[in-house]
Design a protein around this ligand. Structure first.
Ligand SMILES: [Zn+2]
Length: 242
């Protein structure tokens, strides 16, 4: 009897280990994942404006491309805005506080697995350049996600800026696991040109997608391993193999 049980256990473990990996790899990597993209600013709040180019417009353009790429991988994707407006949508008496309050509420209302907030940087120094990925300083998962996206993103931006823990409200006040990406500096003339280029924007989005998938698949593998361990343990306990 015990021999039969052991054989059945082996088969189950075999299925868990060796079948599910190739089966799921064939599926789209972000199937069943919900992602919120937050194109920073909008409406009366343009964010950084450099050489006549507005951050909120570039944020939206990148976010729309990212949405398509994530959807192509099977994710359900929401944008906090899909046009030139801030969250109050009242178009007068802009209030950063109201905008952020509503933005945070909107983000969490989707009950998403991930949040990606898209921004462009600016500095008083025209020399400053490079992408940078931020996470909420108190979030270990946020840090790992930021690191994964940063590794991928740097293959395009060549940035030397490290990931950084921060207290930005969009990450601090939301329950959704998230990162904020400063894709580059609009105040740097060359980088501003790159950031406006559709081709460069697509490359950025490909890498953000890759970084997110890398993190997500690592988490899934770790969760599966944990599940297998529990399964094995409960089996051994149940049949008193200890
Ligand atoms: Zn911004």
């Amino acid at each position: 009897m015990k021999k039969k049980l052991i054989i059945s256990l082996m088969i189950n473990v075999f299925i868990l280990f060796f079948c599910q990996i190739p089966c799921s790899a064939q599926e789209r990597e972000l199937k069943n994942r919900i992602i919120v993209i937050d194109p920073g600013h909008g409406g009366l709040d343009n964010g950084a404006v450099e050489y006549g180019y507005k951050e909120d417009e570039i944020n939206l353009s990148i976010s729309e491309k990212l949405k398509k790429k994530l959807e192509a991988k099977g994710a359900t994707v929401y944008l906090t805005r899909d046009g030139d407006y801030d969250m109050t949508e009242r178009n007068h008496h802009y209030s950063k506080q109201d905008d952020m309050y509503l933005r945070v509420k909107k983000i969490d209302s989707f009950q998403a697995h991930y949040l990606i907030s898209i921004h462009q940087n600016a500095s008083g120094s025209q020399q400053a350049w490079g992408s940078q990925v931020f996470y909420y300083y108190n979030s270990e998962k946020g840090k790992l996600l930021a690191d994964s996206v940063d590794q991928a993103l740097k293959t395009v931006t060549n940035s030397r800026k490290p990931i950084s823990g921060c207290g930005f409200r969009v990450l601090r006040a939301t329950k959704t696991l998230g990162i904020l990406i400063e894709c580059g500096f609009l105040s740097n003339y060359n980088e501003c040109g790159q950031l406006r280029s559709k081709n460069y924007q697509n490359q950025l989005c490909d890498q953000i997608t890759k970084g997110l998938i890398d993190y997500d698949s690592a988490v899934q593998k770790a969760e599966k391993k944990e599940l297998e361990k529990k399964y094995l343990q409960s089996f051994l306990t149940k049949y008193e193999f200890y």
